[in-house]
Write a protein that binds this ligand. Structure first.
Ligand code: A3P
Length: 305
């Protein structure tokens, strides 16, 4: 009797898979109740299936990747993985092979495109080749923001992580500058050298396969950027002004989805530390040439300082 009750209870808590909405940056998706699988998809009797992503948001870290995937999920023909999968950049995951990658994907209806986001892909040199090997025709989304602002955001994220763990962290200015010069050893600076990383991607993918979202514009006015994303993905135009409203308290746009309003998590849109103007100038100068190289590489410019 007890065993029967346990089985009934397990059955009751196992809700049928539905296309998921992204909710958080951490944690592992729960194992899907799949009934059958082959090497491309895993199907479920309710008509949903797991499929390898046709779209990947490859970065950049702190570029606005969470906002982008949440906004893309407003579209009914998109199913987004909830968590950052880190398949192509973490060896321990990559060694598990494509079946494992597939198992991390959300259940989607056949008319939906599957998307995952792992911001670390953009700056990991082994990733482009691996993704190309999986699917040379995949559509890639890259969201970038002003490289200096991205560095401050990167610092802020690590600062809060360490604060949470009661670990000491150096003040921002001592990380950014060493002996009066920009500290080239600071990893966050390297992540903002967009042309270096972009070169790796362009060895495997044509520029037409990589749509660059202007992260600063996505903050300022998300709709035009999202319309461009829809066009790039050849999605029916659906995302509209009614999907966004500006939240004065947060200081950012929030989302409205079927009448439900939500802002991004508090860890998105945090205040950055104050940095002395003289150090900011050093950073702007430092990024000037790399930015120019990036603009040449992608054939467009951005309004970066
Ligand atoms: P800050 O917290 O430094 O401001 P990612 O999701 O890639 O980690 O990027 C986080 C950044 O997304 C935030 O950095 C924030 O500036 C940006 N962002 C873009 N649109 C946003 C929105 N609507 N709400 C909150 N943050 C947003």
């Amino acid at each position: 009797m007890a065993a029967l009750l346990l089985v009934l209870l397990l059955f009751a808590v196992q809700s049928p898979p539905v296309p998921s909405r992204p909710v958080a940056d951490t944690g592992t998706p729960s194992p899907p109740p799949s009934l059958s699988s082959d090497n491309g998809t895993t199907t479920h009797p309710n008509g949903t299936l797991q499929q390898l992503p046709q779209i990947i948001i490859i970065g950049v870290r702190k570029g606005g990747t969470r906002a982008l995937i949440e906004m893309l999920s407003l579209h009914s023909e998109v199913a987004a993985a909830q968590n950052e999968v880190h398949f192509f950049d973490w060896e321990s995951h990559f060694q598990k092979g494509l079946p494992w990658y597939l198992s991390q994907m959300p259940y989607a209806f056949p008319n939906q495109l599957t998307v995952e986001k792992t911001p670390a892909y953009f700056t990991s040199s082994k990733v482009p080749k691996r993704i190309h090997h999986m699917n040379p025709d995949i559509k890639l989304l890259l969201i970038l923001r002003d490289p200096t602002e991205r560095v401050l955001s990167d610092y802020t994220q690590i600062f809060y992580n360490r604060l949470q763990k009661h670990k000491h962290y150096q003040p921002i200015e001592s990380v950014l500058v060493k002996d009066g010069e920009v500290n080239l050893g600071y990893k966050a600076l390297n992540r903002s050298l967009y042309y270096v990383h972009m070169q790796n991607w362009l060895q495997y993918f044509p520029l037409e396969s990589i749509h660059i979202v202007d992260g600063d514009e996505l903050i300022r006015d998300p709709l035009p950027e999202m319309k461009k994303v829809e066009r790039f993905l050849k999605l029916e135009p659906q995302i509209s002004a009614s999907n966004f409203y500006f939240n004065k308290t947060k200081g950012f746009y929030c989302l409205r989805d079927h009448g439900r309003e939500r802002c991004l998590h508090d860890s998105k849109g945090r205040a950055h530390p104050h940095v002395a103007p003289v150090i900011m100038q050093k950073l702007y100068k430092f990024f000037h040439e790399p930015n120019k190289k990036f603009f040449e590489l992608v054939g467009r410019t951005f309004n970066w300082k």
